[in-house]
Design a protein around this ligand. Structure first.
Ligand code: MRU
Length: 334
């Protein structure tokens, strides 16, 4: 199945991305060769999703170093630090930055530095495209009948360099007659489900409905869901998995209703320095994302807000974790 859009790409010396804050009502592409603009795009969620953030940061490093003519190491560190400060939870960001830094540190000369860093960023991008395809193939074995799937947030072309993680499995499953319908959690507060996953499912011709996050329990109690698949932003060695806020709720609901709950992610989402989920840094976002909907105020500014962007699902609630390597079953030990 061919999808019709590229959410991130590098062409004609520019980083080009689809502004996800405008979707699905407007398909607006932004082109830039300024690393600071890419950092802002990541902070504002114009570009988002763990693997896509990492790839974008890798291109930003190359662009940031393009016109540097001396003090290379100092400039590299400044650009690295700026990008590393954009979002804290998705480890793919730090993984990609470290891949770029490790490569930079092996260079004996800075001749053609921009070209070398750019090809390293393209390698990271190509690698993710391949990983997405393999995740899709490895995920096929989780279906034992033509299934109705529920998913949360967005894990497709908009979130990765390729077809996606959980959404790659859903698309492959649909192509192979193993998925017949998808429920997309709307994913409050930023609506990645009702805006972005709906956009992708619609483009792929997969039948779907958007449901409010709080409708998931009722759907499950009515036997309408066969399987739940989500992505992850950081997976600890013991399998505890951080993903978009509300994922943990789904895993608890699946456990109660005896529905399999799967996580899909590339191995670049595994953080070997996190033994378990307690050491994962959870981003808290600006309260205006909760007090406003689409720029319109819906409650008072002087009310306190608690708005973690991610939660951690304990490994014992996860039926399996699908990576580009294989379907991993518990007990997890990455
Ligand atoms: O805040 P976001 O939209 O960047 O959060 C994204 C998610 O939580 C995704 O599920 C995760 O990054 C996996 S993307 C393949």
């Amino acid at each position: 199945m061919m999808s019709q859009f590229k959410s991130i790409e590098f062409r004609n010396g520019m980083f080009r991305y689809l502004d996800q804050t405008k979707l699905p009502l407007k398909e607006k592409y932004i082109e830039t060769d300024d690393y600071e603009r890419i950092a802002l795009a990541i902070e504002r969620l114009e570009v988002r999703g763990a693997p896509a953030i990492g790839i974008s940061a890798a291109y930003a490093i190359a662009l940031g170093m393009k016109n540097v003519t001396d003090n290379y190491k100092v400039s590299f560190k400044k650009i690295y630090d700026r990008l590393a400060a954009t979002r804290p939870t998705a480890v793919n960001l730090f993984w990609a930055l470290d891949e770029m830094e490790n490569y930079f540190s092996t260079l004996n000369s800075y001749e053609n530095l921009y070209g070398l860093l750019l090809s390293q960023a393209k390698n990271i991008h190509d690698d993710d495209i391949n990983k997405c395809d393999k995740i899709g193939e490895n995920g096929l074995e989780i279906f034992n009948k033509e299934s109705v799937v529920l998913t949360h947030c967005n894990t497709g072309r908009l979130a990765t360099g390729g077809e996606g993680t959980a959404l790659s499995i859903i698309k492959k499953g649909f192509e192979n007659g193993k998925v017949k319908f998808v429920y997309s959690d709307e994913t409050r507060p930023l609506l990645q489900g009702s805006r972005l996953t709906a956009f992708e499912l619609s483009k792929s011709g997969i039948p779907f409905a958007i449901n409010t996050d709080s409708a998931a329990a009722m759907l499950m109690s009515q036997n309408k869901i066969d399987i739940v698949i989500t992505g992850a932003d950081r997976i600890a060695v013991n399998g505890d998995s951080a993903n978009k806020i509300g994922t943990y709720n789904l895993a608890v609901l699946c456990n109660y209703h005896k529905i399999p709950f799967y996580i899909a992610a590339p191995t670049s989402t595994i953080d070997k320095s996190c033994k378990d989920g307690s050491s994962i840094n959870i981003e808290e976002r600006n309260k205006s994302e909760v007090t406003n909907v689409n720029g319109v105020k819906v409650t008072r500014d002087d009310y306190n807000v608690y708005s973690p962007a991610f939660d951690v699902t304990p490994n014992e609630l996860i039926t399996g974790i699908i990576t580009e390597e294989s379907l991993h079953k518990p007990p997890y030990n990455f």
